[in-house]
Design a protein around this ligand. Sequence first.
Ligand SMILES: [Fe+2]
Ligand SMILES: [Fe+2]
Length: 471
Amino acid sequence: MSLVDIDAKIPNNVDLAGDRRLQRALEQWQPKFIRWWEELGPAAFQGNSVYLRTAVGVGQEGWANFGYVSMPEYRWGVFLADPEPARTIAFGDHKGQDVWQEVPGEYRADLRRLLVVQGDTEPASVEQQRQLGLTAPSLYDMRNLFQVNVEEGRHLWAMVYLLQRYFGRDGRDEADAMLERHSGDADNPRILGAFNEPTPDWLSFFMFTYFTDRDGKYQLASLRESAFDPLSRTCDFMLKEEAHHMFVGASGVGRVVQRTAELMREHDTDDVHPYGGINLDVLQKYVNFHFSVSLDLFGAETSTNAANYFAAGLKGRFQEERRDDDHQLKNDLRDVPECTAEGITTRRVTQLAALNETLREDYVEDCQKGVDRWNRTLADAGIDTVIRLPHVGFHRQVGTFRDHHLSPDGRLVADDEWLDGAGRWLPTDADRDHVRSLMQPVTEPGKMAGWVAPPSRGIHQKPVDYEYVRI
Ligand SMILES: [Fe+2]
Ligand SMILES: [Fe+2]
């Protein structure tokens, strides 16, 4: 069990006090992080007390402490899950060898890139969500938003620790650059497309935490398999926090569905806009948008980089060890989709080449579970409309579908049909305006905006009407 130094300037269980150089470097980065948080973190309520969970250790019970804290005073720390004794590499060319405690020279550039790309997404989402506190549908939701925000901040700390500890000056430069790129910045944007899209309203936020944070879950789960043990242990702990972000998304969309169903029944109509609700066809368009931009995050169907990362042992598959194959994948084959002007076919490649597609498929399967739950809510209310994930080729900017237009049900469509259909398939300006018009802040404990149902229970066994943020 690694010792937790919770009273240190930077709480940690990595014995920072025993590495003065590193400690000094991180303490120099700390005020830059705080400045970034104050400038580009939540746009309001920075001085208010929020009922937040703070990681103070990685043990079964001890990692989540709840209490009131104002966000700039949140104790962002560096926590690695406890090491797994005698852990060996589970896949790739070094399968069966001991895991690494230092970065092998030949993999330095690749590992650094993996850390930077993952790390960049964390502050990006905080920037994307910075205005949302102003229109929270309840104090409960506002608190959940801020919880997600501070934890994404901690995830940045997690990656910055690895960069500074294992990559020297390069790592320090990368840590600074994380605070210099900004979401949506024309000159210096965040690295990945979905993290430059604005999150302008709470429906987008719930969709983002459901679909885009879930990409994070799959990336982290693949990096948890890494032969580079400190990265594996870091991701293992990040995934604990990430589970709450998934919950915020799944339950958030679920509560919108529930509220819409109630309004539909109450007023016996599909059009609940006059009653302050969000119509199911608008919800479906938001699903189409957020699912498709999140699919792009997995990259092209086949990838030499992903194959190299796997062969090197840097990044595995989701639940690598539970898979029943040789974990090297050079001879196993699979089909990946291929889209041409003639239609959608498949192409047979090695499993090693197709790792992005394999991870994307695992992700899609996971996404479907929440959709099934939302549909059960609709069915229980006697509504026969069904929410569907669009075809994986719909509205894609990356990979084989990139240069083709597909309808949500997976038909290749010509440009004019696409232009015609886009307004039915993706949120229009009018849809977004309507959703935004509903975003009136509700800051009285226990009260809920009219477009979303209350949650079934509160946070940390507190009641739903608890004063989660002291206004
Ligand atoms: Fe994160
Ligand atoms: Fe997250």
